[in-house]
Design a protein around this ligand. Structure first.
Ligand code: ING
Length: 311
């Protein structure tokens, strides 16, 4: 049996600090229309897809910071994207900065949602792994201050029955952590959607940074293969406000094979026909979790945050 879906990643090029949401949404609508023309049923957009990647700056004024957040999704300026997707009958994943009143206080998360082809909200995820720092690093021109502007996600790693299969999502740095995929795979995930903004100077150490694209690809292929799931990853790419962010949006099969990859760092749609049953043989053999895993031996993974070295 094959459950085929026509999937796309809508990579986006740079978004300038001065770009308005309507201008960004117009680009996203163009990508949706191109997807429709290719028979695509579901589109993955990037992380923080409506604005420039603002955590690269130290911003003190909270009103200015909150200008990068969405108080409602969709809101007046983002609604046209939802309307067009529904008109075209295309579902999508998109990332945005979420500002929400919860537990009696204002809370800020790096969030993504899945919206069905008929325009319904299927599910929400909040980024668990926040890279970088809460305070600026001396001597760095571009910072990485997600720990300053967002709280870690508090929704876990849920999955949903949609697209005729079981779909989960994560955001950017989450894709580097094996726990991310494994928690979703232990719920039967067959597709993991991920948006990202990945600058090529994260450490400022050339021998590390020159491998940014390789580490991105390695993380996706490992996550896909070791959990017998499709992974669809969409970049916000290009030179954005002086920060060079990798493209390399790609769709990875449960085999670990890359079936589609972007070749630019601009707005670019990549597509693939994905058989959601492709992971079945992996889940019945090499990654038959219930037959092969030994959770009683893995306790440290949950109990211990940082490494504790032997005496
Ligand atoms: N960005 C980056 C990511 O995890 C980073 C941070 C860049 C880590 C380069 C390592 C190398 O892809 C976000 N937004 O998480």
């Amino acid at each position: 049996m094959t459950r085929l879906i026509n999937l796309a990643c809508a990579q986006m090029g740079p978004i300038a600090r001065s770009d308005s949401r309507p201008a960004v949404v117009r680009r996203q609508i163009e990508l949706l229309r191109e997807a429709k023309g290719r028979g695509v049923e579901f589109v993955v957009f990037p992380e923080l897809a409506f604005t420039t990647f603002f955590p690269r700056w130290l911003i003190d004024d909270q009103t200015e910071i909150d200008g990068f957040f969405e108080r409602e999704m969709p809101g007046p300026e983002t609604h046209p994207l939802f309307d067009e997707a529904k008109r075209l009958g295309i579902g999508f994943y998109i990332g945005y900065a979420e500002l929400v009143a919860e537990d009696g206080r204002m809370r800020r998360f790096n969030t993504s949602i899945i919206v069905s082809a008929d325009g319904e909200l299927v599910g929400k995820y909040r980024k668990v792994h926040l890279p970088g720092h809460a305070e600026p690093v001396e001597g760095r021109t571009s910072q990485h201050l997600e720990k300053r502007y967002f709280e870690p996600g508090n929704l876990g790693f849920p999955v949903w029955r949609t697209l005729g299969g079981i779909t989960g999502m994560c955001i950017c740095n989450d894709r580097r952590w094996p726990e991310t995929y494994r928690v979703m795979a232990l719920q039967g995930a067959e597709l993991v959607c991920v948006g990202y903004n990945t600058p090529d100077d994260h450490t400022g150490v050339f021998d590390f940074d020159q491998l940014t694209g390789f580490h991105h690809q390695l993380s996706l292929q490992a996550g896909a293969y070791q959990n017998a799931t499709w992974v669809a990853a969409a970049a916000k790419a290009g030179c954005e406000e002086g920060s060079n962010m990798i493209g390399l949006s790609m769709i990875v099969a449960p085999s670990g094979q890359i079936v589609a990859m972007a070749s630019t760092t601009a707005d670019e749609l990549i597509t693939a026909r994905c058989d959601l049953d492709m992971g079945t043989l992996y889940k019945r053999t090499i990654f038959d979790f219930s037959r092969h895993r030994e959770p009683s031996q893995y306790k440290l993974i949950v109990e211990r945050k940082g490494a504790i070295l032997p005496d």
